[in-house]
Design a protein around this ligand. Sequence first.
Ligand SMILES: NC(=O)c1ccc[n+]([C@@H]2O[C@H](COP(=O)([O-])OP(=O)(O)OC[C@H]3O[C@@H](n4cnc5c(N)ncnc54)[C@H](O)[C@@H]3O)[C@@H](O)[C@H]2O)c1
Length: 256
Amino acid sequence: MTGIDVAGKTVLVTGGSQGIGGAIADRFAQFGARVVIVDVNEAGAEKAANMAAAGQEAHFVRCDVSRADDIQALAAEVQAKAGTVQVLVNNAGIFPRADLLRTEEAFWDRIMDINLKGAYLMSQAFVPGMIEQGTGCIVNIGSTHASMGSPDAMAYAVSKGGIVTLTRNLAKGLAHHGIRVNCVQPGWVASEGETERIRATGVNPDEQYAEVGARLPLGRMQTGEDIADSVLFLASSLSRQVTGQILTVDGGLSLR
Ligand SMILES: NC(=O)c1ccc[n+]([C@@H]2O[C@H](COP(=O)([O-])OP(=O)(O)OC[C@H]3O[C@@H](n4cnc5c(N)ncnc54)[C@H](O)[C@@H]3O)[C@@H](O)[C@H]2O)c1
């Protein structure tokens, strides 16, 4: 019998303290998974404690996914706290805006280090355990910016283009180990990080969300839960023959 069969599985969610990652952590926990929130944001510790108080199994480990030494320490801690990882969700990301001429080298490096190198380092750290088990799942969180052009978010868009390539590359390389690798591309989600970014530009986020949502084909902005449900699908046996795919969840934003 197939279904949303993630109960008892160890699921790592990077950037799981808030926003889309927070919703992903909640969804997996609701379906009985053992969730490990991996984040630099210590709010994840309280979130994991609240989840545990509600009878779910959740842990928090502080880790900067752009740092190989942090990830090495994470791998040891996860093994001790939650055992071998069956599902890795590479969600942690930053999305500051700049076009080519305003993109400084350090700005570019920071975005690539977190959004792209982080996914590579995390995969490298946790794939050996999946190979040993002969099964595993990686879901990378990309963005529709990967293929939209997006000149005002140049480095960010390139980092998410890299996530598409990483997804296809790992999917092909790891399929014979029973490991599936897919990507979910959200369109526009009213996450904490996005709300903060919009507010910093002097725009009222609620007004912007209402205006943008009304213009989308499906009539509203996406929520973290909209994204989390697609991640859950890609991590369950409902998608057992799906690998190397990019699933766009954008309410029709990218339709032409
Ligand atoms: N919000 C959107 O509209 C949108 C659209 C498309 C794609 N995405 C992608 O979704 C993902 C989540 O975004 P969000 O909107 O929920 O953002 P968010 O800012 O609300 O949450 C991101 C989380 O990642 C964590 N994080 C940042 N750098 C980290 C690092 N070096 N190591 C570990 N954790 C780190 C943050 O602390 C935070 O908890 C990102 O990859 C983003 O690019 C978001």
